[in-house]
Ligand binder design. Structure first.
Ligand SMILES: [Zn+2]
Length: 428
C-alpha cells in the first residue's frame, strides 16, 4: 500500500479509537462496577477502571481512583467487569453453516466478529490457517476493534519423513506462525499415528526456529512422549487414563500449559438428542435456525446414538478429561481455557462459555476458571499485554450484569464487550 494511503488509513483507525472532545482523547472511565481483574485477586467492589488510547491506565476502588477530567464515563454500577476471554485453542474461517471448505477473508472476519460479540476477544487458531488468516493476524493487534485478535498456526503439519518435517516447520516458521501444530492420535484406532521420529524432528526444528509447538494428543503415553520431545502446549485433555505424578512433574518442570477442550468431547455426542443449550437465549441470539434444524433431524441424532466413537467420547473420554483437569489444576499445572471451537457444530463464542461451566462442573472454582480464561491463557500464549485488568494491559473488558463468582453461568449475562477501549458493535 502506498505510504499516503497507509497514513490515511492509520488516521481513520486512530480516529475511530473513540476520541472525545477533551484534554484526554480516547479516555474511558468505567465507574461503579465490581472488577474481577483476572489475577485471582479478590474482586474490587465499587471500582473505577480508566483506559487511555486503548490501554488500562488505572484500576482501583472509586474512593482512591480519580476519574480524569473529560473522560467518557461509562456507568457500570451493579455490574461486573472481567478481562476479555482468551480461547487458547480455536479455529476460524473454514465452516459456513455446517459445511467445511469455505475458508476466505470474509469468513475469518465474520467468525472473529462473532467471537468478539461473545466476549472472546482473543483466539489462538491452532491449525488450518491459510494466507488470509495470516494477513488478518498481522493487522488485528490492536487497531481493528470490532473482532477478536487472532493468532495462527498455519496448516496442521503431517509430514511422512524427517526431511519433510524439517521443510514443513521452516515453511510455517518463515510465515511467523504463532504456533506449529501437529496431531499424534490414531482417532480410536481409525487412522495412522505420527511416528516418534517425525514429531521429534518437528520439535527440534521448531525449537531451532523459535516457534512453540502445540500438540494434539489423546493418550497419557503420547502426551508424555511429545512433552519429552519438546512440546510447548498440550492442546487437548489426556483422555485414556488418569494423569500420574510423573506427568504432572514433567508439565511443571517444562512450564507447559494444558488446554482441556471439554466442549470438543461434548460436541462428539451432544447432538444425539436436543442439547439443553438449544433453549439458552444467549446461544439463540447468534444461532442460525437452519443449522439448528439440521442438528434436530431425528435420523442425524440416531446416527450419533449408534456411533461407537461418539459413545466412547461420551462415556469414557469426557469423564476422564474432567477428572484429569481437576487433578492437574490441583497440582498446580497451568490450565488455559480452550475449546477447539470452529469446526461444524462447535459454536464459536458460545462454546467458550459452555467450556467454563464444564470446568466448574469438573471441580474448579469460578475464580480459577476465570483466571484460566484470562491471565493464564495470556501467559500460555505469550501475550503479556493482555489477560488482566491491570495498568499497562490492553483494555479488553467484558461487562456482565451478574457476578460470575456466584455462578460461572453468569458470564452469559454479558451486556457489553470492549476491545482496546472501544465498544464492539452489535451483530450486523
Ligand atoms: Zn483443534
Amino acid at each position: 500500500m502506498p505510504a499516503p494511503f497507509r497514513k490515511t488509513l492509520l488516521a481513520l483507525l486512530l480516529g475511530s479509537l473513540g476520541a472525545t472532545a477533551s484534554a484526554a482523547p480516547g479516555t474511558v472511565a468505567f465507574v461503579g462496577g465490581r472488577v474481577i481483574d483476572g489475577t485471582g485477586a479478590p474482586a474490587i467492589e465499587n471500582a473505577v477502571l480508566v483506559s487511555t488510547d486503548g490501554r488500562i491506565v488505572a484500576v482501583g476502588p472509586a474512593a482512591s481512583t480519580p476519574i480524569p477530567e473529560g473522560a467518557q464515563r461509562v456507568d457500570v454500577s451493579g455490574k461486573t467487569l472481567i478481562p476479555g476471554l482468551i480461547n487458547a485453542h480455536g479455529h476460524v474461517g473454514d465452516v459456513l453453516g455446517l459445511e467445511t471448505g469455505h475458508y476466505d477473508r470474509g469468513n475469518v472476519l465474520r467468525q472473529l466478529a462473532l467471537y468478539a460479540r461473545y466476549g472472546v476477544t482473543t483466539v489462538n487458531s491452532l491449525g488450518d490457517d491459510q494466507y488470509e488468516g495470516f494477513e488478518i493476524r498481522n493487522i488485528t493487534n490492536p487497531l481493528y476493534v470490532d473482532h477478536a485478535r487472532l493468532l495462527v498456526a498455519g496448516p496442521v503439519l503431517a509430514p511422512e519423513t524427517v526431511a519433510q518435517a524439517v521443510r514443513a516447520v521452516n515453511g510455517v516458521a518463515d510465515q511467523s506462525a504463532n504456533f506449529i501444530k501437529i496431531r499424534v492420535d490414531d482417532n480410536l484406532g481409525r487412522t495412522a499415528k505420527m511416528a516418534p521420529e517425525i514429531y521429534t524432528a518437528i520439535a527440534d526444528e521448531a525449537e531451532r526456529r523459535g516457534v512453540p509447538l502445540a500438540v494434539h494428543t489423546y493418550t497419557l503415553a503420547d502426551t508424555k512422549a511429545t512433552l519429552a520431545a519438546g512440546a510447548d502446549l498440550i492442546a487437548h485433555s489426556v483422555r485414556d487414563e488418569p494423569v500420574d505424578a510423573a506427568f504432572i512433574d514433567a508439565m511443571k518442570a517444562a512450564d507447559v500449559c494444558y488446554i482441556p477442550t471439554l466442549t470438543r468431547e461434548l460436541s462428539t455426542f451432544v447432538y444425539e438428542s436436543e442439547p439443553e443449550f438449544f433453549s439458552d437465549p444467549f446461544f439463540l441470539r447468534e444461532a442460525d435456525p437452519a443449522v439448528l434444524a439440521t442438528l434436530r433431524e431425528p435420523e442425524r441424532q440416531q446416527r450419533m446414538r449408534d456411533n461407537p466413537s461418539a459413545q466412547h467420547y461420551k462415556n469414557n473420554a469426557l469423564p476422564m478429561a474432567m477428572r484429569n483437569l481437576k487433578a492437574l489444576q490441583d497440582a498446580g499445572v497451568k490450565v488455559a481455557m480452550g475449546t477447539d471451537s470452529g469446526p461444524a457444530a462447535r459454536f464459536q463464542g458460545y462454546f467458550e462459555h459452555l467450556e467454563m461451566s464444564m470446568m466448574v462442573e469438573a471441580g474448579l472454582s469460578p475464580m480459577q476458571v476465570l483466571q484460566s480464561a484470562t491471565q493464564v491463557a495470556a501467559q500460555c500464549l505469550g501475550l503479556n499485554y493482555l489477560g488482566t485488568l491491570e495498568p499497562g494491559k490492553w483494555a479488553d473488558v467484558l461487562v456482565l450484569d451478574r457476578n460470575p463468582l456466584e455462578n460461572i453461568d453468569n458470564t452469559r449475562s454479558l451486556s457489553a464487550v470492549w476491545i482496546a477501549g472501544n465498544p464492539v458493535p452489535p451483530a450486523p
